[in-house]
Design a protein around this ligand. Structure first.
Ligand code: URA
Length: 212
Protein backbone atom coordinates (compact mmCIF):
# COMPACT_ATOMS: atom_id res chain seq x y z
CA UNK A 1 0.00 0.00 0.00
CA UNK A 2 1.11 3.53 -0.69
CA UNK A 3 1.84 5.32 2.58
CA UNK A 4 1.25 8.79 1.12
CA UNK A 5 -2.07 10.22 2.35
CA UNK A 6 -3.84 11.58 -0.70
CA UNK A 7 -7.57 11.90 -0.05
CA UNK A 8 -9.34 12.06 -3.39
CA UNK A 9 -13.03 12.32 -4.22
CA UNK A 10 -14.18 11.87 -7.83
CA UNK A 11 -17.78 12.96 -8.45
CA UNK A 12 -18.78 11.66 -11.89
CA UNK A 13 -21.11 14.29 -13.29
CA UNK A 14 -21.59 12.76 -16.73
CA UNK A 15 -25.15 13.53 -17.94
CA UNK A 16 -25.99 9.84 -18.43
CA UNK A 17 -24.94 9.17 -14.84
CA UNK A 18 -26.85 12.12 -13.35
CA UNK A 19 -29.98 11.30 -15.39
CA UNK A 20 -30.00 7.67 -14.27
CA UNK A 21 -29.38 8.71 -10.68
CA UNK A 22 -32.37 11.06 -10.77
CA UNK A 23 -34.55 8.15 -11.93
CA UNK A 24 -33.23 6.05 -9.05
CA UNK A 25 -33.96 8.76 -6.48
CA UNK A 26 -37.66 9.00 -7.44
CA UNK A 27 -39.77 7.32 -4.77
CA UNK A 28 -42.07 5.83 -7.42
CA UNK A 29 -39.27 3.98 -9.28
CA UNK A 30 -39.96 0.24 -8.78
CA UNK A 31 -37.28 -2.30 -7.79
CA UNK A 32 -37.00 -3.83 -11.24
CA UNK A 33 -36.21 -0.45 -12.82
CA UNK A 34 -34.02 0.55 -9.87
CA UNK A 35 -31.87 -2.56 -10.35
CA UNK A 36 -31.62 -1.99 -14.08
CA UNK A 37 -30.51 1.63 -13.55
CA UNK A 38 -28.01 0.56 -10.89
CA UNK A 39 -26.46 -1.91 -13.32
CA UNK A 40 -26.24 0.75 -16.03
CA UNK A 41 -24.80 3.40 -13.72
CA UNK A 42 -22.25 1.03 -12.15
CA UNK A 43 -21.11 0.12 -15.65
CA UNK A 44 -20.40 3.81 -16.33
CA UNK A 45 -18.78 4.43 -12.93
CA UNK A 46 -16.52 1.40 -13.34
CA UNK A 47 -15.24 2.87 -16.58
CA UNK A 48 -14.04 5.89 -14.55
CA UNK A 49 -12.67 3.90 -11.58
CA UNK A 50 -10.52 1.77 -13.90
CA UNK A 51 -9.34 4.63 -16.10
CA UNK A 52 -5.70 4.48 -14.87
CA UNK A 53 -5.24 0.71 -14.50
CA UNK A 54 -1.73 -0.26 -15.58
CA UNK A 55 -1.25 -1.92 -18.96
CA UNK A 56 1.70 -3.60 -20.64
CA UNK A 57 2.36 -4.18 -24.30
CA UNK A 58 1.88 -7.64 -25.71
CA UNK A 59 2.97 -8.78 -29.18
CA UNK A 60 -0.15 -9.75 -31.13
CA UNK A 61 -1.03 -10.56 -34.71
CA UNK A 62 -3.90 -8.72 -36.39
CA UNK A 63 -5.31 -9.96 -39.73
CA UNK A 64 -2.83 -7.54 -41.37
CA UNK A 65 0.35 -7.48 -39.34
CA UNK A 66 2.04 -7.84 -35.98
CA UNK A 67 1.94 -5.07 -33.37
CA UNK A 68 2.63 -4.34 -29.71
CA UNK A 69 -0.80 -3.76 -28.13
CA UNK A 70 -1.77 -2.89 -24.55
CA UNK A 71 -3.35 -5.45 -22.23
CA UNK A 72 -4.18 -5.10 -18.54
CA UNK A 73 -1.31 -6.07 -16.27
CA UNK A 74 -3.80 -7.80 -13.96
CA UNK A 75 -7.55 -7.87 -13.54
CA UNK A 76 -8.67 -6.01 -10.43
CA UNK A 77 -10.45 -7.77 -7.58
CA UNK A 78 -13.92 -6.52 -6.65
CA UNK A 79 -15.14 -6.65 -3.05
CA UNK A 80 -18.85 -6.19 -2.45
CA UNK A 81 -20.10 -4.95 0.91
CA UNK A 82 -23.24 -7.04 1.55
CA UNK A 83 -25.96 -6.81 0.79
CA UNK A 84 -26.44 -3.64 -1.24
CA UNK A 85 -22.95 -3.88 -2.80
CA UNK A 86 -24.21 -6.84 -4.82
CA UNK A 87 -26.48 -4.47 -6.71
CA UNK A 88 -23.38 -2.89 -8.24
CA UNK A 89 -21.68 -6.16 -9.17
CA UNK A 90 -23.62 -6.81 -12.35
CA UNK A 91 -22.48 -3.57 -13.96
CA UNK A 92 -18.93 -3.79 -12.63
CA UNK A 93 -18.52 -7.35 -13.95
CA UNK A 94 -19.84 -6.41 -17.37
CA UNK A 95 -16.86 -4.06 -17.68
CA UNK A 96 -14.37 -6.41 -15.99
CA UNK A 97 -15.84 -9.87 -16.68
CA UNK A 98 -12.86 -11.87 -15.43
CA UNK A 99 -12.51 -10.02 -12.12
CA UNK A 100 -12.53 -12.18 -9.01
CA UNK A 101 -15.14 -11.21 -6.43
CA UNK A 102 -15.10 -11.20 -2.64
CA UNK A 103 -17.84 -10.37 -0.16
CA UNK A 104 -17.84 -8.84 3.27
CA UNK A 105 -21.00 -8.76 5.35
CA UNK A 106 -21.42 -5.86 7.73
CA UNK A 107 -24.53 -4.64 9.45
CA UNK A 108 -25.10 -1.35 11.20
CA UNK A 109 -25.81 -1.39 14.91
CA UNK A 110 -28.92 0.81 14.92
CA UNK A 111 -27.93 2.59 18.14
CA UNK A 112 -24.20 3.19 17.66
CA UNK A 113 -24.24 3.08 13.80
CA UNK A 114 -21.01 1.01 14.15
CA UNK A 115 -20.27 -1.67 11.51
CA UNK A 116 -20.36 -5.27 12.80
CA UNK A 117 -18.86 -8.00 10.56
CA UNK A 118 -20.89 -11.22 10.11
CA UNK A 119 -19.35 -12.68 6.92
CA UNK A 120 -16.09 -12.42 4.94
CA UNK A 121 -14.79 -14.40 1.97
CA UNK A 122 -12.11 -12.92 -0.28
CA UNK A 123 -10.17 -14.28 -3.28
CA UNK A 124 -6.37 -13.74 -3.14
CA UNK A 125 -5.81 -9.98 -3.17
CA UNK A 126 -2.15 -9.61 -2.26
CA UNK A 127 -0.48 -7.27 -4.78
CA UNK A 128 -3.77 -6.66 -6.68
CA UNK A 129 -5.84 -3.57 -7.36
CA UNK A 130 -9.01 -3.90 -5.30
CA UNK A 131 -12.28 -2.05 -5.94
CA UNK A 132 -14.58 -2.06 -2.91
CA UNK A 133 -18.22 -1.42 -3.85
CA UNK A 134 -21.23 -0.26 -1.84
CA UNK A 135 -23.97 2.01 -3.24
CA UNK A 136 -24.24 4.30 -0.19
CA UNK A 137 -21.30 5.95 1.58
CA UNK A 138 -23.30 7.19 4.59
CA UNK A 139 -21.52 7.23 7.97
CA UNK A 140 -18.41 5.67 6.42
CA UNK A 141 -18.25 3.07 9.20
CA UNK A 142 -18.99 0.02 7.01
CA UNK A 143 -16.68 1.29 4.28
CA UNK A 144 -13.85 1.87 6.76
CA UNK A 145 -14.32 -1.57 8.34
CA UNK A 146 -14.37 -3.23 4.90
CA UNK A 147 -11.22 -1.36 3.89
CA UNK A 148 -9.49 -2.48 7.12
CA UNK A 149 -10.27 -6.11 6.17
CA UNK A 150 -9.09 -5.65 2.58
CA UNK A 151 -5.85 -3.94 3.56
CA UNK A 152 -5.01 -6.76 6.00
CA UNK A 153 -4.54 -9.00 2.90
CA UNK A 154 -1.88 -6.74 1.32
CA UNK A 155 -3.41 -5.31 -1.89
CA UNK A 156 -1.29 -3.08 -4.15
CA UNK A 157 -3.93 -0.38 -4.24
CA UNK A 158 -7.53 0.05 -3.10
CA UNK A 159 -10.36 2.17 -4.54
CA UNK A 160 -13.88 2.75 -3.27
CA UNK A 161 -16.87 2.91 -5.62
CA UNK A 162 -20.30 4.08 -4.53
CA UNK A 163 -23.41 5.60 -6.04
CA UNK A 164 -24.15 8.28 -3.45
CA UNK A 165 -21.95 9.77 -0.74
CA UNK A 166 -22.65 11.98 2.27
CA UNK A 167 -20.01 14.55 3.27
CA UNK A 168 -19.84 12.88 6.70
CA UNK A 169 -19.06 9.50 5.13
CA UNK A 170 -16.40 10.90 2.83
CA UNK A 171 -14.75 12.68 5.78
CA UNK A 172 -14.80 9.52 7.93
CA UNK A 173 -13.43 7.36 5.14
CA UNK A 174 -10.68 9.84 4.34
CA UNK A 175 -9.80 10.11 8.04
CA UNK A 176 -9.48 6.34 8.39
CA UNK A 177 -8.08 5.63 4.89
CA UNK A 178 -6.55 8.77 3.36
CA UNK A 179 -4.87 6.66 0.65
CA UNK A 180 -8.17 5.32 -0.75
CA UNK A 181 -9.74 7.40 -3.54
CA UNK A 182 -13.53 7.47 -3.77
CA UNK A 183 -15.67 7.53 -6.92
CA UNK A 184 -19.34 8.48 -6.64
CA UNK A 185 -22.18 9.68 -8.87
CA UNK A 186 -23.14 12.42 -6.39
CA UNK A 187 -22.18 14.04 -3.10
CA UNK A 188 -25.44 14.69 -1.25
CA UNK A 189 -26.24 17.25 1.43
CA UNK A 190 -26.08 15.49 4.80
CA UNK A 191 -26.94 12.46 6.93
CA UNK A 192 -30.15 12.54 8.95
CA UNK A 193 -30.35 11.55 12.63
CA UNK A 194 -30.73 7.84 11.77
CA UNK A 195 -27.84 7.75 9.30
CA UNK A 196 -29.74 8.07 6.00
CA UNK A 197 -28.34 10.19 3.19
CA UNK A 198 -30.47 13.29 2.41
CA UNK A 199 -31.89 13.88 -0.16
CA UNK A 200 -30.64 10.36 -1.03
CA UNK A 201 -32.75 7.55 -2.42
CA UNK A 202 -33.81 5.69 0.72
CA UNK A 203 -32.52 2.27 1.73
CA UNK A 204 -30.55 1.01 -1.25
CA UNK A 205 -30.78 -2.65 -0.19
CA UNK A 206 -34.55 -2.45 0.19
CA UNK A 207 -34.94 -0.72 -3.15
CA UNK A 208 -32.69 -3.24 -4.95
CA UNK A 209 -34.27 -6.34 -3.46
CA UNK A 210 -37.84 -5.13 -2.97
CA UNK A 211 -37.75 -5.57 0.80
CA UNK A 212 -39.02 -3.00 3.30
N1 URA B 1 -27.76 3.09 3.52
C1 URA B 1 -28.78 3.23 2.65
O1 URA B 1 -29.22 2.28 2.04
N2 URA B 1 -29.32 4.48 2.48
C2 URA B 1 -28.87 5.55 3.13
O2 URA B 1 -29.39 6.65 2.91
C3 URA B 1 -27.81 5.38 4.04
C4 URA B 1 -27.27 4.15 4.21
Amino acid sequence: MSSTPNPTLHVIEHPLVTHKLTEMRRVETPSERFRQLLTEISFLLTYEVTRDLPTRDERITTPLTEMDAPVLVAEPVVISILRAGNGLLDGVLRVIPSARVGHVGLYRDHETLEAIEYYCKFPPIEGRTVIVVDPMLATGNSASAALDRVKADGPADVRFLCLLAAPEGVAQLHRAHPDVPVWTAALDDHLNEVGYIVPGLGDAGDRIFGTT
